[in-house]
Design a protein around this ligand. Structure first.
Ligand code: ADP
Ligand code: MG
Length: 252
């Protein structure tokens, strides 16, 4: 029987809410639990590529070449040096030009979906995680069109809900016109600081607003999580017993 791949777009047009951190650490947790996982870096900053130890300096072929030149995804995917079963497609700074270069290209919203379908036909995996950039432009749209579901990280800080209605409208638009099977499957509260009342107020507000779609697991603010990428690692390999690692593996 054909394998059903869950394709999860990790999206929120706000920057710094924990999209990349959640993408790479959830991917690592799934791979360490025995699943095969592909991470696709859709952000020109390439932070997910860094955390996964994937080369992404200028000149390295990445998701830019896939979207703008039709290079097969198989030509850019590399395996994580640290975790078996974890694969990644890197992004370089070139990707910053893609939004403009693709204006006017017919079917530009479907480029990633098509590239991914061709890849998965030859290289099936259990999960694909798409690390979207902090914008609602064509790259995020490509992520939403390629995905089967959306994971929405929300930072437990001031203004957490600001801009969310715009994001939800975009997701509704994609569902209505481009990808009818898409839905927001989960909301993840990130950078929760248990010492502050603000964090618990934000968490309560998000739960009131979104109910059961908010995951019970909350990611605490934890310095080991923010240190890990500078060692080209996820927190799961960098410090497996840290609070951040335990949260991303859902053990506490
Ligand atoms: P986004 O991809 O949404 O822009 P990031 O995942 O890059 O957000 O996170 C933004 C910053 O916050 C990064 O410097 C990251 O290391 C840090 N960070 C993310 N999650 C945590 C956490 N749980 N604890 C501490 N720092 C975190
Ligand atoms: Mg990011």
């Amino acid at each position: 029987m054909a394998r059903v791949t869950r394709i999860v777009a990790v999206a929120n047009q706000k920057g710094g809410v924990g999209k990349t951190t959640s993408t790479v650490n959830i991917a690592a947790a799934l791979a360490l639990a025995g699943h095969s996982v592909l991470v696709i870096d859709l952000d020109p900053q390439g932070n997910a590529s860094t955390a996964l130890g994937l080369e992404h300096h200028e000149g390295v072929p990445g998701i830019y070449e896939v979207l703008t030149e039709g290079m097969p995804l198989a030509g850019i995917v590399g395996e994580s040096p640290d975790i078996a079963g974890l694969w990644g497609a890197p992004a370089t700074i070139d990707l910053a030009g893609a939004e403009i270069e693709l204006v006017g290209v017919e079917g530009r919203e479907y480029l990633l979906r098509e590239a991914l379908a061709a890849y998965l036909a030859e290289n099936p995996v259990d999960f694909v995680l798409l690390d979207c950039p902090p914008a609602l432009g064509l790259l995020t749209i490509n992520g939403l069109v390629a995905a089967t579901e959306v994971l929405l990280p929300i930072q437990c800080e001031y203004y957490a809900l600001e801009g969310l209605s715009q994001l939800l409208r975009t997701i509704d638009m994609v569902t209505a016109h481009l990808n009818p099977s898409l839905g927001v499957s989960a909301i993840l509260l990130t950078m929760y600081d248990g010492r502050t009342r603000l964090a618990s107020q934000v968490a309560d507000e998000v739960r009131r607003h979104f109910g059961a779609r908010v995951l019970n697991t909350v990611i605490p603010r934890n310095v080991r999580v923010s240190e890990a990428p500078s060692f080209s690692q996820t927190v799961l390999t960098y410090d497996p017993s840290s609070a951040g690692s335990l949260a991303y593996t859902d053990r506490k």
